[in-house]
Ligand binder design. Sequence first.
Ligand SMILES: Nc1ncnc2c1ncn2[C@@H]1O[C@H](COP(=O)(O)OP(=O)(O)O)[C@@H](O)[C@H]1O
Ligand SMILES: [Mg+2]
Length: 457
Amino acid sequence: MNIEIDKITMENIVKEGWIWKKGEHLRNWRLRYYILLENGQFLGYKKNPNDHFVKSPLNCFNVKKCEILEMNGNKQFIFVLKCFQQNSQVERIFSLSNENDRKEWIHALQRISQNKLITFEQQSNKVTLQNFEYIQVLGRGTFGKVMLCREKSSQQLFAIKLVKKEIIRSKQQLNRTLTENRILKRINHPFLISLKYSFQTPNHLCFVMDYINGGELFFHLRRFTKFTEEKARFYTAEIVSALSYLHDLSIIYRDVKSENILLDKDGHIKLVDFGLCREKLHCGHKSKSFCGTPEYMAPEVIRRIGYGREVDWWSTGVFLYEMLCGVLPFFHNNYNNLFSLILLQHPKIPKYISAEAKDLLKGLLRKNPQHRLGFGSTGTQNIKNHPFFNPINWFDLDKKKVVPPFVPQIDNEEDTKYFDLVVACESTSFTPPLHSPLGKEDDEMLFGRFSFKDKRE
Ligand SMILES: Nc1ncnc2c1ncn2[C@@H]1O[C@H](COP(=O)(O)OP(=O)(O)O)[C@@H](O)[C@H]1O
Ligand SMILES: [Mg+2]
C-alpha cells in the first residue's frame, strides 16, 4: 500500500481495538485490529501492531467526512462506514460484540468525521436559547451559571453552562472559554463530560452538556466528612484515568477539586470545567501562568518557576488527602499564609490511614515535581502500579466495569437532590448585560467560530 500513514503515537490515537469486518468479496467476517488516528486515518491490521512489528496495515480508510450508519443484521451491533480508500468512496461493514463497544466506536468515528469546525452559518438547524426550557440552577461558577434544561424538540434533559460575554471581556478571560470550547469538542472519555452543542447569543456563550445528576463529589464529601479507603481509591482511580487521557493529548487540567468532579447516575465520576486547561503541553514542557484553585495549587505554580503535568498529580494528592482525612492538607484563610504552608509544610497523615495510602499521599505531595510520583514519561504508569491501587483492574475501570461504591438514588430524571439547595433556588432568568451588546463585527472577531453540534444520536 503506497499511502502515507501518520506516525502512530500516544497523542494521535483516538481509539484502537478489535473489530469484526465483513469481507468485500468473500462475505465472511474477519477479526481485525483497528486504530483510529486524529487525522482521520482508520487503519486495520491482522495483528495488534503494538505487540507485533507489523508496519503496513491491511486497510487504510479515511473517515474524515465519512457517513456512519448503525444497523442490526444476523450478526448484532453492526455499523456501515461510507468512507474513502485512497481517492475512491467505499462502503465497509463492521461489527462489535456488544452495544457499548459499538457506541464507543461510532462516537469516536463521528467525532473525527466532523472534526472540521462547523460555523454558525453552516448549521442547518441553528441552536438557540429558545430551543430549551429552563428548570433549575445547578451550579454557579466564576463566569455565569449552569442550569438544568430540557430540549423542547427531543424532551431530553441537559445541563447548559452560560458564560456572559461581558464578564469574560472585562476579566480578560476570553481564552478560558475558548479553550473550554476547543477541549470539549475534542475529548471523548468515559470519565469526562461530553458536549452536545455550543453556540452563542449576543450576550452569552453557551455549552450544552449531558446532565450529570449525582451532584458534585464536594456535596457527598461534605455529607460524610470523609470516605473509606475503598471509596477514595475508586474515585481517585477514575480521576487518574481521566487525567492520563488528557495528558496523552498533551493537555494539563489544572483544576482538580471536588466541585469539578460530578457523579453520574451509576456512581462513576465525570470531570467538568475545562476552562483552566493548558493545551499543547507535551511531556517535559513547562507553563508559567499562575492559575488554579489556591488550596490545590502545586508548589511550583506558586513559585512561578514553570511547571508541567505533575501539577495535576499534586492536586490529585490534595483531593485524595481530603477524601481520606476529611480536611484539606493545607488550609489558611489568608492566601499568603496558605501558599507558605504549601511550600514548606509537610501535612500530617493520621494514624488510621493505611501504609499504602500514606505512601501514595507522600508520593503525590512531594514538593519537588521531579521527585513526585507521576513525574516523567512513565509517571502515569508508576501511579497506576502503586500498591494502593492493587485492587484496581485498570482495563476494567476504563470500561466502567468496576462497581462504584455508591450509587446515587435518583427518583426521576429531573431529580436534583444532589445539588446545592441555595444555588438551586436562584432564578433561571437571563440577566441582561450592563453594557450594550457588542457590535456584530467585534463579536465575530472574538467569538466567530464558537459553535458546535454533536451529531451523536
Ligand atoms: N454537566 C453538568 N451536569 C450537572 N451539573 C453540572 C454540569 N456541569 C457543571 N455543573 C455544575 O455547575 C458547577 C459549575 O460548573 P463549572 O463548569 O465548574 O463552572 P466554573 O468554570 O464556573 O467553575 C459545577 O461545579 C457543577 O456543580
Ligand atoms: Mg468549576
